[in-house]
Design a protein around this ligand. Sequence first.
Ligand code: AHR
Length: 496
Amino acid sequence: MEKYLINPNEKIATINKDIYGHFSEHLGRCIYEGIYVGEDSKIPNVNGMRCDVVNALREMGIPVLRWPGGCFADEYHWKDGIGKKSERKKMINTHWGGVVEDNSFGTHEYFELCRQLGCDTYVNANVGSGSVKEMSEWVEYMTFDGVSPMAELRKKNGSEKPFNLKYLGVGNESWGCGGNMDPEYYGCLYKQYNTFCRDYDSSKHIKRIACGPNAGDYHWTKVVTDKVKRYADALSLHYYTLPTGKWDHKGSATVFDKNEYNSTICKAYYIDELIKNHLAMMQSVQPNGNLKLIVDEWGTWYDVEPGTNPGFLYQQSTMRDAIVAALTLNIFNKHADKIIMANIAQTVNVLQSVILTDGEKMVKTPTYYVFKMYKEHQNNTLIGSYITSENIESKNDRNKQFPQLIESASTDENGTIYSTITNTSSVKSAKIKCQIADTRVDSIYAEIISGDCHDKNDFVNQNKVKTVEFTDYKKLKDGFTAVIPACSVVKFVVNK
Ligand code: AHR
């Protein structure tokens, strides 16, 4: 029997709702088809945005959406995506499949999408192939409420009032697809670009995101933190989970054995070590600084589905992905004092998506149900939680270990406690005894997502994986006992 202690007296930090954020790039069928079908489409839409997808995302709880890339951001020229659609410039999306980008989804469409979703905004601007002037003018276009060339242009294009821009990314993966820069060079460029991106409304500071490291590149973190510490609000870490760890053969999304399953979970769990090490590095460079960490690209990355365009990064999603999402979100929660945002890649039809579409059909993936289940953590207070657990060895990772149980707990303003527990084992259930400090339990509600690790939702069987009520627990005076099934995610809602 594993011991689980929740301490509501230990209030650690507010879990920024943006930790549950998403990322949508002009890549494959994410924006076009997946989200935006155009006003003339037969698929029901409002101003071109698919109603089914918007409704599903609202129901799931999407707090913030990053756009337009990714690698695409550093070849995106925002002026090509404004004005009359028929006159917008067409370009080649060189990173993603070499397809023609007709720019019919641009700045106004993005803010309209966020309006429909009821979510905050995160625009990633172009450093790699843009200019200081271009970025500066985009910020003016989006946010200036007065008389200026860019504000006038925005008004002419139909938006009298400025848009609400919460986060601005200054370049993306500048160490790679964003320009192959050295950290010293990028750090200086960041300061230059950032200087000319004004906060036109001083009551609404636009949070600045500097390009952070790729996975375990601590040198990048060290140098860039030192350069930008007085000029940025956060540094962005990118980390993807590849089952094999190899880019030329990442592994299949649906066909995998137990070792590959364990290797996927082991590699996903590595994000905890990465976060701790990058935070420690940042801390050493800015001992009392305010620079936070965000993880604006994370998730599983497999070989594309057979027969699909390799440049479109379309992959299926199984219970294995639900476990990756659940354990990662528990880890992010536990770092809520230092992580202010995270964005899973990507919302629809690309990598670890929450939604897949095929024509007018739409499917919610197992990952969707995890985000929906965890929704109440958004803006709750993270509280102390400690669980004992067996470790599982990953044979493909030189027997590196990861815990079978990974949990987090939060409380809302009424004192209700929410605890989410991930059983990462594909075969073994776990008995737990939970004790909640200084608490008399009145009632408990619990729900679960579970199944074989290969289970998935597809266009034939749309509801194989879904959330159902969980009843295999016993309420105690000050907690509960439960059996957490193999390969499952369980949420306990405890009322005092
Ligand atoms: O999410 C797909 C790509 O992965 C992004 O465009 C890029 O930033 C990262 O390498």
